[in-house]
Design a binder for this molecule. Structure first.
Ligand code: ADP
Length: 486
């Protein structure tokens, strides 16, 4: 890595405004493209995590006094610093996560957009006045920050998942303890360097690294932490919810998905293929809104498959730092093993492999690469249609009628994102209502933006991130009733 500003790569945790270096307690972070060491992160002790919570509570007393406009100024400077340092931040991300540099750079811009957006929203934590039911009363509702919040983030978007949680919390006047994913701590820590430079006071944001289970337990049992916002697997989300019951915390859970992508006979096929590429293969298929199941109507099935094959055959798999790479490695060997198992199971059960692009340019055997693959004749009963693939594999099922497509799409415990391609406006309206998902892309494959509420239903979790809904997740409504008014 050749960073313009080497200070951005910190092998340390960040607690109460101070850097806590590795002290013979380092966990190594590996570059998934080549197996090389990126750096080490410290394994904090339980007492250190508890100290971080105390310091966040102390910082909260001060931070909540700042006006929205003052908080906005810090968030704005922080966003600008991210954009100024986008090349370095992208390099750090590609080294630890694997995605191609252009995608990493795109994520930095997206991540900065949450700082900008929520900085602007910080000025708009409006309350209400309510007409009194009795003479002499005056009723108002004011919005107040929750207090200390915890954020637990995944490795697939090492910066954007951080700012999507931290920005609204800080904008609302809360303070935050962040536990980044162990695979990608350096992107989060680089953001702390920039937050400090932007003038974020000590203790408003701390980053704790180390044993996930221990940190999760400390967060859940702490009476000071008012909310946990988590993005990750459904299994861990459920265990956090159970453990947080003891202190009755607020939760936002953004968990697994099983996104359907439905292409009807009347679809614009060029648009459908473009949407399929964006929503299936971005980040090598490792996003929670990635298509998991393609349903294609009989009349266009073969043509859609042919066009998708032609487009996917142009992908170039390799190290995300290499010129021209469009698909990087999966996050680690375990991820490759899981995708390999799901594909083998599908083939055994009768699916047909249409395409497996050789890992052109993929360096040696040390990287965790998986070739982009297209499967047809996938049946809903196959594991690949029921579990989150999290890899560059398009699993395609043919269908006959709209009713059948909706039933297939809804036949899952998950409910995060769904995609529909049709040019029939009446069908669009039916599907908007009929699909049991928190997010629906109609003739659109890229649905993530800071201005809209991202979040699922069913076992994909609850709580919204982004937009004005996202700020509200970090605010309490306090009702005040004055009596005896003149
Ligand atoms: P994945 O399998 O995609 O890594 P996880 O749900 O395991 O998804 O991880 C998402 C985040 O949750 C990571 O930051 C991880 O360290 C954290 N995590 C994993 N297990 C626990 C746990 N028991 N308590 C709290 N956080 C956890």
């Amino acid at each position: 890595m050749k960073l313009k500003d080497p200070e951005l790569l910190r092998e340390a945790a960040f607690v109460a405004g101070a850097w806590r270096p590795v002290r013979n307690d380092g966990d190594t972070v590996i570059n998934p493209a080549n197996g090389e060491r990126v750096g080490e992160q410290p394994r904090l002790q339980r007492a250190e995590v508890e100290h971080a919570i105390q310091s966040a509570q102390a910082a909260f007393r001060e931070w909540r006094q700042h006006t929205g406009k003052e908080r906005a100024a810090v968030l704005r400077r922080w966003a600008d610093l991210m954009l100024e340092n986008a090349d370095d931040l992208a390099q750090i991300m590609t080294a630890e996560q694997g995605k191609p540099l252009a995608e990493a750079r795109g994520e930095i811009v997206y991540a900065a957009s949450f700082l900008e957006w929520f900085g602007e929203e910080a000025k708009r934590g409006y309350g209400h006045t309510i007409p009194e039911p009795k003479r002499g009363q005056r009723i108002k509702v004011i919005k107040e920050p929750l207090g200390v919040c915890a954020a637990i983030t995944p490795w697939n978007f090492p910066s954007a998942m951080v700012t999507r949680k931290v920005a609204p919390a800080i904008a609302a006047g809360c303070t935050v303890l962040l536990k980044p994913a162990p695979q990608t701590p350096f992107s989060a820590l680089a953001l702390c360097v920039l937050a400090q430079r932007a003038g974020l006071p000590a203790g408003v944001l701390s980053v704790v690294t180390g044993d996930a289970r221990m940190i999760g337990e400390v967060f859940c049992s702490s009476h000071l932490i008012r909310k946990i916002s988590f993005t990750g697997s459904t299994a861990v989300g459920k265990s956090l919810m159970a453990n947080a019951a003891g202190t009755l915390k607020k939760l936002s859970l953004e968990l697994g998905g099983n996104a359907p992508f439905i292409v009807f006979d009347d679809a614009d096929l060029d648009a459908a293929v473009a949407g399929a590429l964006a929503s299936k293969f971005r980040n090598a298929g490792q996003t929670c809104v990635c298509v998991n199941r393609f349903f294609v109507q009989r009349g266009v099935h073969d043509e859609f498959v042919a066009r998708l094959k032609a487009a996917v055959a142009t992908f170039r798999v390799g190290d995300g730092c290499a010129d021209g790479t469009t698909i990087g490695p999966l996050v680690n060997g375990a991820a490759v093993d899981k995708v390999t198992r799901l594909v083998a199971d599908a083939l055994d059960a009768g699916a047909r492999a249409e395409l497996a692009v050789a890992a052109t340019g993929a360096p040696g055997e040390s990287g965790s690469f998986y070739p982009p693959t297209i499967l047809t004749q996938v049946q809903p009963s196959m594991r690949i249609a029921q579990e989150e693939i999290f890899g560059p594999v398009a699993a395609i099922t043919r269908f006959e009628t709209e009713e059948e497509a909706v039933a297939l799409a809804n036949d899952t415990r998950y409910g995060l994102a769904a995609y529909v391609y049709t040019q029939n406006v009446h069908r669009c309206h039916r599907l908007e209502r009929g699909l049991e998902y928190g997010i629906i892309g109609v003739n659109e494959g890229l649905i993530s933006t800071e201005v809209a509420p991202f979040g699922g239903i069913k076992e994909s979790g609850f709580g919204k991130e982004g937009s004005f809904y996202g700020l509200d997740e970090y605010l309490d409504s306090k009702y005040i009733c004055h009596g005896g008014a003149a």
